[in-house]
Design a protein around this ligand. Sequence first.
Ligand SMILES: Cc1ncc(COP(=O)(O)O)c(C=O)c1O
Length: 451
Amino acid sequence: MKNRLPPCAHVPAPYTGPAKAEVLALRQRHCNPAIFTYYREPLMIVEGYMQYLFDEKDRRYLDLFAGIVTVSCGHSHPRVLARAREQLERLQHTTTIYLHPLLGEFARQLAGKLPPGLDVVYFVNSGSEANDLALTMARLYTGHHDIIALRNGYHGGTSAMMGVTALHTWKYPLPQGQGVHHAVCPDPYRSPYAGTPEEIARQSVTDLEEIICCSTPGRIAAFIAESIQGVGGVTTAHPDYFRLAYELVRQHGGLCIADEVQTGFGRTGDHYWGFENFGVVPDLVTMAKGIGNGAPLAAVVTRREIAQTLAQRLHFNTFGGNPVSMAQGLAVLEVIETERLQENARLVGGHFKQGLEGLQATHPLIGDVRGQGLMLGVELVLDRQTKEPAPSQTAWLWEYAREQGVLTGKGGLHGNVLRLKPPMCLTREDVDFALEVFDEGLRELERQAPG
Ligand SMILES: Cc1ncc(COP(=O)(O)O)c(C=O)c1O
């Protein structure tokens, strides 16, 4: 098939490894079956360059999912790679029992990106660990145990974080969620409440209040939420929601945790952090994915008095803060700044959203277009009035896009949301190409089942 993607000068190295069927067979034989692959015919990716990925036959794809919102600067970004390689050759690992200059320096620079007061950092290796640690600190600081999260949210795969995560697909019938309560998701599109987004925000806060007063009276340690839910299908809230929710939680002695694992590092365009779009300042901020552009790197940032609680006993993380991840993280901060990636997320993301809204105007299957910057979601429905989800049409469009060379995420509670969260170096040409592919796919879907 002719490659219609915008031009790219990068030439992938010839692939000389085992055939795809062999790779798949080994995986099926020896890897835990929970490790799933995307697409009817699994894709094998052997090289990446900026916003593009290459399969074993040198076919190039436009990556609109960035290794699940992880590759912030671009695949194999030359400057990030150079810093990581240089560090790897010098020193890979000692643990934090010895001093190394990069740990404090990265913590200092990260703190400089956050509101004043949020300046004490603990580095770990994954978003799940970061959230787990944030809950631990909140519980130690408040002396309380209960946690409130939002329905439809995703916070990770450790036992504790599966308990906090509320997507039914990710929950196992195990008692992980003791002391965890789930409040109504303030998403205006699928709220159980009727009204304007502002009214829905207020009613959702009332639900939170009922939980705090009836289910956790005097026991709340923390409220944790993503400012834009990622796995949940790019759902968000009216700007009033987080302001009112934070006020309420604090009145009752709880701390507020912003899970910035997907929304941080400029992805939402207008701001460096997702929570800034709501005019709130959390007590703890957790971050992962985009912080490392692919390195297993994550962090919890909080105020000193909260961080201090963890120093009462031994607490240690073997790989957290390792020099290679620190070098890579520092390079990521620098590249986001010098290549103006936040600004690019705002401009190219705005262009993308506008184009998707244009498609919504002509394709009745698109029920909702939402998100900010380069964190966008397109929800497909069979009927705009009833909002009946269209998961099979979504799956068809997702497969069609892949055939045409465009890789996207898919998610949401009903599996009917295309998740568009590319490396932040995406260009307008890439966007125009993706829009063309979606338009063709939607037209084909409509032709198959005329409405
Ligand atoms: C919002 C959010 N929080 C936490 C996590 C867990 O991160 P990790 O998979 O690095 O443990 C994820 C992962 O997708 C996420 O999307």
